[in-house]
Design a protein around this ligand. Structure first.
Ligand code: TXA
Ligand code: MG
Length: 317
């Protein structure tokens, strides 16, 4: 099917209150008409997602921002001008137009304009903002291809296949306060880049402000996943392990290696990470997934956040 036709079908389904999986630049989203609470309820059902975990609303133009948000101020437009379309979600006071089910009853709504033409065309053709979480089962590995969506959500009404996503990990989420912004989730747009536009609000520790739905365990493969440490490497059977390799320094002794970057670029790690996890999850020869650690600066922060959450329940168990 031509991509244009697939988008048209998707838009028709969204208008009918059905669910449509679609690509964004970060990961695939599971979309519904954000203004239709019955359609949004189906997202929680299909994903098996707890209703305390609010959804991000995707828009294709700034007029929608005005309808969804209470009195957007200049700072929001400055950020939008610099980072939208792109992988930045802003949590802002919501207007009455946004149904409570979208925000899990919170007075704020997370909004972003994705940098993916298929996503933008779908939103425009649907003539409504689209609420969409990542298109995976709750707590599992996020999808960066249409196949990943099919694997976890075979019953979705329609999937628009736009190939592999170009950023690979979810958007950076911030919240605006009186004195600046606070980070709720790290992503490829870093705190430093945001600070160049508006001040960072240091008034509260980030750990105290975890966004709802930001649980310790997430992105979890069905088989054991561990971040590589000296101890881990000594205690595993390397022939039955899959290594997600960044620098190549840990490769010795492994036979199953996915090298995520050839030039030590953390952006490549972000693009390849979830796909590598899916590949090893699907490989019956592999018992354990090992991921190389990176230093926690810039995009490294977002990568380590995903790795820690992916290994969380396995490290404990
Ligand atoms: O890149 C992305 O952001 C992808 C694509 C599809 O756009 N979406 C995504 O959605 O990652 P999801 O549902 O997997 O993660 C959304 C997270 C929620 O778990 C919650 O922590 C936070 O966004 N969030 C949403 N609305 C919020 C609000 N009003 N206040 C605080 N946090 C919020
Ligand atoms: Mg998610």
């Amino acid at each position: 099917m031509q991509i244009k036709d697939s988008i048209q079908i998707g838009a028709k389904y969204i208008q009918e209150g059905k669910l449509v999986a679609f690509p964004t630049e970060t990961v695939y989203g599971l979309g519904a008409d954000a203004l239709n609470p019955f359609a949004v309820a189906k997202i929680f059902e299909l994903k098996e997602r707890p209703t305390f975990d609010p959804l991000i609303v995707h828009i294709a133009n700034l007029n929608d921002l005005q309808r969804l948000v209470l009195q957007p101020d200049d700072r929001i437009y400055k950020l939008a001008e610099r980072f939208w379309p792109g992988p930045l979600t802003m949590v802002l006071p919501k207007s009455t137009l946004v149904p409570d089910i979208v925000t899990s009853g919170l007075p704020t709504v997370g909004i972003r304009m994705p940098a993916n033409q298929i996503a933008l065309d779908l939103i425009s053709a649907s003539k409504c903002p689209i609420a969409a979480p990542s298109a995976n089962k709750f707590g599992r590995i996020s999808p960066t291809t249409a196949q990943h969506v099919r694997k976890q959500l075979p019953n979705v009404d329609h999937i628009i296949d736009g190939g592999k996503t170009t950023v690979g990990i979810e958007s950076t989420i911030i919240r605006l306060t009186n004195s600046g912004f606070q980070m709720l989730r790290s992503g490829v747009i870093t705190q430093e880049e945001l600070e160049a536009v508006i001040p960072f609000d240091k008034s509260r520790k980030t750990e105290e402000m975890v966004a709802p739905g930001m649980l310790k365990s997430h992105y979890s493969p069905k088989k054991r996943m561990l971040i590589a440490s000296k101890n881990t490497l000594l205690n595993i059977n390397k022939s039955k392990a899959g290594l997600i390799s960044f620098t190549g320094e840990l490769d010795e002794g492994f036979t199953n290696i996915i090298r995520v970057s050839t030039q030590n670029d953390l952006r490549d790690y972000a693009v390849q990470l979830f796909e590598a996890m899916h590949t090893f999850e699907d490989d019956n020869q592999i018992e354990t997934i090992i991921a190389e650690e990176v230093s926690e600066t810039g995009i490294g922060k977002a990568i380590m956040d995903r790795l820690r959450k992916a290994e969380y329940s396995w490290r404990k168990g």
